[in-house]
Design a protein around this ligand. Structure first.
Ligand SMILES: [Zn+2]
Length: 618
């Protein structure tokens, strides 16, 4: 009895809560979450859909399915169970994106878009994970019970007119004919229910803001709009006119704020500041309270003594892009840091700045200045690869110390991620040349001058030179090649730069501040074993590429025997001396046994036909 009374009370209590909530409901619209739509994944969520259960290991949330791999492999996969998932006609799905897992290359993720009777369904589709071509999971967003008319009452032109009437400024469409920028979609009305709306969806610019607007295709009302990334078009020397993401608040007038919307990157115009001021001689130089602004409206001078000095816009552009690329890869950066575009400083760098009482606050920073090219012309160092390089120093934050081989390894890792960033930034360049974009050509990773081979490092003391062999190792891993050792060919199959960079990234965990080149070889092999498995082709490629730059043997798992490959029996005398074979990469802790024909005799054999050791002579 007590239990049932409590039960009744709790129902009354929750009803009261609902009443209070509805009285306090703000004026603004309360939107339902998509997951609260009972029409979302209705078939998958239906408890009477028992036929689905035998295909499934688990369903989490509203539609995250882990499949029974064996059943999927043997009974035909997703195609044979479309009706069990609510995916059958008149629904269709098209692939919009496909990516291979960075962690496990056997895993592929495919994203699809839902269409209903050929009409785009807003938010509809699914992500499917394959392992060795068998579907192992699915995250479904399938919109069902679409019960609305599919013929719009409004024409495209009428919908555009309705959107224009809604704006105070005049919309600028991307296409010459705005009708090319408008699409009929099936949307969900999340204000009161999950009912569907037939809508015209379009995007256009209002000032610097990109907007996406939905017009009800039945009654012409603008019922939903969203602001996309706010852009600022700014001039740069090396990338042309670029779009910068800016703070939501422009300060107005001639000043432009150079900071990301979340304030994570703030870029200061230091064109008028002397060189010393950059490096914290003024404690509050970059304090968070300062607005990172510039009044530049064009490039900094292109003639006279200051010609081709770096532009603050370009520093902001390359840093924010490279940061996003490397952040997505897994490198870690402070939640906020600053960048200085500096007219009077040579090179580019990473440093920390202190301010506040007793300099107690430390902020990390990058700066970009200029270097001279082969003809003595000053060129900006604010380039994607240089930004990627300096950001990688920020990620490593002094892990490898400052000099010698550890310092060289750090510089190589920075150049590697500099090139990775450059390839994945809007320039899409892979040139293995830091500074290649504008002709600065600071280094050539694929063929460093001296040393490009580990034994040549000798007395080098510039860490950027000591980096040479490891940088070249990476380019070989990506580009591939064939290398000879002991009369045999060792082949490095080319590998995409993301996969190779993943090996380097993981290898950092296996290294310390004192790691040298031999440690780097061991660490990258350990990383490749972790990702691809022991004795995989990738592990052998890593080892062979190291051999190519003079570090270790061209194999890790395979044993290599040096000596002639063919011997003719008639040359073998009883005194021996013709056969001379050496196992060159024995693993310590193992014994090696050679077996040969009965009438042959090795020097020092332990028994007929058998010699124990690494060097066989007969
Ligand atoms: Zn560096």
């Amino acid at each position: 009895m007590k239990n049932s009374r409590c039960f009744v009370l709790s129902i009354i209590f929750s009803m009261m809560v609902n009443l209070v909530n509805s009285q306090d409901m703000p004026q603004g619209r309360e939107l339902l979450k998509v997951q609260e739509c009972d029409k979302l994944n209705k078939t998958i969520r239906d408890p009477s859909n028992t036929a689905l259960a035998e295909w499934v290991n688990s369903i989490e949330g509203t539609g995250f399915i882990k499949f029974n791999l064996e059943k999927m492999q043997n009974d035909g996969g997703l195609d044979s169970m479309k009706s069990l998932l609510g995916m059958s006609n008149p629904n269709s799905f098209t692939v919009v994106n496909e990516t291979i897992s960075k962690i496990n290359p056997d895993v592929t993720f495919v994203t699809t878009q839902q269409y209903y009777n050929g009409i785009y369904v807003e938010g509809g589709g699914y992500i499917q994970g394959f392992i060795n071509c068998v579907t192992f999971f699915m995250n479904a967003y399938i919109m069902e019970d679409i019960n609305i008319g599919l013929s719009p009452s409004l024409t495209k032109q009428q919908a555009i007119a309705s959107a224009q009437g809604h704006e105070s400024g005049s919309p600028v469409f991307g296409s010459t004919n705005p009708e090319d920028d408008i699409q009929l979609v099936i949307d969900r009305d999340l204000t009161v229910s999950c009912n569907y709306i037939l809508a015209w969806k379009m995007s256009y610019l209002i000032g610097n803001q990109l907007k996406t607007v939905f017009v009800n295709a039945t009654n012409g009302s603008v019922y939903k709009e969203s602001l996309q990334k706010r852009g600022l078009n700014a001039p740069t020397a090396d990338y042309g006119e670029v779009s910068l993401s800016d703070s939501p608040n422009f300060p107005g007038g001639s000043l432009t704020l150079l900071r990301t919307p979340s304030n994570s990157v703030r870029t200061f115009d230091k064109s008028g500041t002397n060189e010393g001021g950059l490096f914290s001689s003024i404690p509050t130089l970059f304090a968070p309270s300062l607005l990172p602004t510039t009044s530049e409206t064009s490039l900094w001078p292109t003639t006279g003594t200051d010609e081709h000095e770096p532009e603050v816009y370009q520093a902001h552009y390359v840093t924010t892009n490279a940061r996003d690329v490397l952040d997505a890869f897994g490198l870690q950066f402070p939640t906020t840091f600053f960048v200085a575009g500096h007219a009077n400083v040579e090179g580019a760098g990473y440093f920390t700045n202190t301010y506040g009482p007793n300099n107690s606050t430390v902020e990390e920073a990058l700066y970009f200045g200029w270097l001279k090219d082969g003809n003595g012309v000053k060129l900006s160092t604010a380039l994607f690869d240089a930004a990627g390089h300096e950001l990688t120093h920020m990620h490593l934050s002094g892990k490898f110390g400052n000099g010698g081989e550890p310092g060289g390894i750090e510089e190589a890792i920075c150049d590697i991620f500099g090139e990775y960033a450059e390839q994945n930034c809007p320039s899409g360049l892979t040139d293995w040349i830091p500074g290649g974009q504008n002709g600065l050509n600071i280094r050539d990773m694929a063929s460093p001058e001296i040393p490009n081979y580990f034994p040549e490092i000798g007395e080098e003391d510039d860490v950027h030179d000591i980096a040479g062999p490891m940088s070249r190792w990476f380019t070989i891993l990506v580009d591939g090649g064939t290398f000879q050792f002991a009369g045999q060919n060792f082949v490095v199959n080319s590998m995409n730069i993301s996969a190779a960079a993943q090996i380097v990234f993981s290898s950092i965990n296996f290294m310390t501040s004192g790691s040298d080149y031999l440690d780097a070889r061991a660490a990258t092999i350990a990383a490749a074993e972790l990702i691809y498995g022991e004795c995989s082709d990738e592990v052998e490629a890593v080892a062979t590429a190291w051999y190519a730059v003079g570090v270790g043997y061209p194999a890790h798992c395979k044993l290599i025997v040096a000596g002639a490959l063919h011997y003719c029996e008639e040359y073998l005398g009883t005194s021996g001396g013709n056969v001379d074979l050496t196992l060159v990469n024995p693993i310590s802790g193992y014994t090696y046994k050679w077996i040969y024909p009965l009438d042959w005799h090795a020097i020092g054999e332990s028994s007929p036909q058998t010699y124990i050791g690494t060097h066989l002579r007969m």
